[in-house]
Ligand binder design. Structure first.
Ligand SMILES: Cc1cc2nc3c(=O)[nH]c(=O)nc-3n(C[C@H](O)[C@H](O)[C@H](O)COP(=O)(O)O)c2cc1C
Length: 192
């Protein structure tokens, strides 16, 4: 099949779906939450997590002030919450009050942790660089909140218990199907 080649690079959705998370922050007596699709684990030792956030976001101002942020992983039943905090501005409202968001207490930072999250990382900011129109924020994970029953004994997500929120772009959300899981041992497949 022929592939089209284009130098007209606009919004690209080929790298989706992505797990959609809620990034939280607090400073100056304000708490806030936003949806983030551009994020990744970067290093195991030390444990580093990266999030790509536009400097226009109120959340960015809070992170720049407090040097802390939270990364919250929610089950698919909470997809509407992701759309709510991703479609509203902390400059204009208190999202925790407006969307009635329940929280757990943080242990190593002051960032809000979402009660509905099956996992959440508390991060201390270690780097903050502008790349184009977004800032790449790197945080060291200093505490992890985990719903133990959401994990298998091997520590992977137990898809019988929790379905992650995937974002396809253009306001489309989906989740995983356990029927598609395949075990492909790299040691075996690397030697074929
Ligand atoms: C599913 C989804 C993913 C998003 N991903 C990002 C992202 O990775 N980085 C970003 O800066 N904004 C992202 N946004 C946009 C912000 O969540 C949105 O601008 C939000 O209103 C910012 O809130 P704040 O101004 O209160 O911080 C995303 C929005 C949605 C709905």
């Amino acid at each position: 099949m022929d592939k089209a080649i284009t130098e007209d690079i606009g919004a690209l959705y080929q790298h989706y779906p992505r797990v959609a998370v809620v990034v939280t922050a607090q400073a100056r007596g304000r708490d806030n939450a936003m949806a983030v699709a551009w994020h990744t684990f970067i290093s195991l030792k030390p444990p580093l997590y990266g999030v790509s956030i536009s400097p226009k976001r109120f959340t960015y101002q809070l992170i720049a002030d407090s040097k802390e942020f939270g990364v919250n992983f929610l089950p698919f039943a909470e997809a509407e919450l992701v759309a709510s905090v991703g479609g509203s501005k902390g400059y204009e409202m208190d999202k925790f009050h407006r969307f009635n968001i329940a929280r757990d207490k943080p242990v190593k930072t002051a960032v809000p942790i979402l009660k509905a999250a099956y996992a959440a990382y508390e991060c201390k900011l270690v780097d903050d660089k502008l790349y184009g129109d977004h800032r790449w924020l790197v945080g060291e994970i200093v505490a992890v909140h985990l719903l133990r029953e959401a994990l298998t004994p091997e520590e992977t997500l137990d898809l019988d218990k929790v379905s992650p929120i995937l974002y396809l772009g253009h306001e489309l959300y989906l989740t995983t199907s356990k029927d598609t899981v395949r075990y492909l041992d790299r040691e075996v497949y690397g030697k074929r």
